[in-house]
Design a protein around this ligand. Structure first.
Ligand code: HEM
Ligand code: CA
Length: 164
């Protein structure tokens, strides 16, 4: 067929029933280029970006912490920073975004009407930043990213030992 930019777009699906999500239902928000890149690739370009992580932390405290706890370690809803997922697709950015956008079961409602897509990506960047699970299970990272995470943790650990 004829190659167009739109043809490369990913299909996003509801976490529970697999129905196709209509991403046009939410506003792009402040970072439309990041949203566009994400919708084309399924990879969150804001991961690792300090400014986005800071914003995402604030958004998490407003929209998510009431149920998932201030450190996202779980309360009414499950921990979002370990490597166990009820829905394994959440270990990838595409799945995590789809759960935030379209919701899951029980009190985990959709957020497309209350958050912009930029805010969702920032919240995701925050959650990935505070991840405590195994690097090998961080499916949103490629092999290089997993190796970098292992290195970073070793460095933090040896710095910690130095302080003690
Ligand atoms: C499940 C994220 C807001 C209650 C989940 C899951 C994710 C998530 C990723 C699936 C976890 C897994 O697969 O193990 C978020 C984020 C939020 C948010 C980022 C804010 C934007 C809320 C709020 C509530 C809530 C406000 C309560 C009113 C729950 C519950 C589940 C859940 C009960 C389990 C649902 C199921 O297993 O189907 N959340 N959540 N969440 N969340 Fe949230
Ligand atoms: Ca978990």
């Amino acid at each position: 067929g004829v190659a167009t930019i739109a043809a490369a777009a990913e299909t996003f699906r509801n976490t529970v029933d697999g129905s196709e999500l209509d991403l046009s239902k939410a506003q792009a928000g402040e970072k439309p280029d990041a949203v566009e890149t994400f919708e084309q690739t399924g990879k969150n370009p804001l991961n690792g970006d300090e400014g986005s992580i800071e914003k995402g932390k604030e958004e998490f405290l407003v929209a998510c912490a009431g149920c998932h706890g201030h450190h996202a370690k779980g309360k009414l809803g499950p921990s979002l920073i370990d490597d166990y997922w009820t829905y394994p697709a959440n270990a990838e950015d595409k799945g995590l975004f789809s759960t935030i956008f379209g919701g899951a079961r029980a009190q985990m409602g959709p957020h497309y009407m209350s958050m912009t897509k930029t805010e969702m990506l920032e919240t995701m960047a925050f959650l990935r930043d505070i991840y405590e699970g195994k690097a090998s299970k961080a499916e949103w990272l490629d092999l290089e990213g997993k190796k970098a995470l292992i290195k970073e943790r070793k460095r933090d650990q040896s710095e910690g030992e130095g302080d003690a």
